[in-house]
Design a protein. Sequence first.
Length: 328
Amino acid sequence: MEIQRRMAVAAKGIGLGIAIALLASCTQSFVSNSPVSASSPAVLSASVPVAQAPAVTPAPSVSPGTSVVEKEVPYVVTPNEVVAEMLKVARVTGRDQLYDLGSGDGRIVLTAAQKYGTRGVGIELDPRLIQESNASAQKAGLGDRVKFLQQDLFQTNLRDATVVTLYLLPAVNLKLQPKLLNELKPGSRVVSHAFNLGDWKPDKTLTVKVPKTGRIHAVYYWVVPAQVAGNWQGTLATPLGRQPVNLLLRQQFQQVTGAATAGNATLAISNAKLTGNQISFTTNKKVQGQAATIQFTGRVEGNTLKGIATVQGAGLLTGKYNLVAQRR
């Protein structure tokens, strides 16, 4: 994706933490969909700092009415090797709707459509690049699958996107972070070339070496998390009868902590994972004098949490139980 230096003003990223500790008598382990690791030889490691952006090519002249910020907008081409890894880590398919914010010559959108059958939209301010990208789409026979729009990326509605790709500046990414979290559905994927999204930690970081230049490029990958913070109340059916369960969860992006309570027992959760709307965690408890482990795996659908609590090492209570809880 091409770097569009649209914004000179940095904006604060928002944190998504909320609430308090989570309580549950049956332990639970939320199983999250781990991001897929890239397997291409171009991928060097999974935790290397961002590579410095290549030298910038000046943007073409713009109309007199264009803002000062836009007049200073240059763009840098994303190498094809980096494009390939961005699409691979996002696991794009023909079922996806990809939005490339600052699409430049359109190569990310066009490559996704050609290789994976992905539908795509490129958002770009430079009319020359929009014309070039649309011409490339028509030439490749992809006019029915992709389109390129001359728009301000901050005014673009992202609600139907399942994948968003970026090659912007750090200040622009920070300003964009709340929009991505608020508009994208849980489970949507975001991939950024070279720059991260501030305090929203990536689920995965790759480094890609481009043979032609020898440069190392960073690629960051996120899965948009569901909003799970709050007080969840439900009932668990066990051999000893129905047990009320209360979960109080706090959240910082995809990081979840909290505690669970049932009856008189309050337990901290551990190993919590949240990927999209899939959540899992574990608790440990003494049951009838024995050390028991409870794992919960489930999904969040709005204000409803559904899943299965698997109890191990608890004598008669050992087994699997359905849990449905509502956020109050």
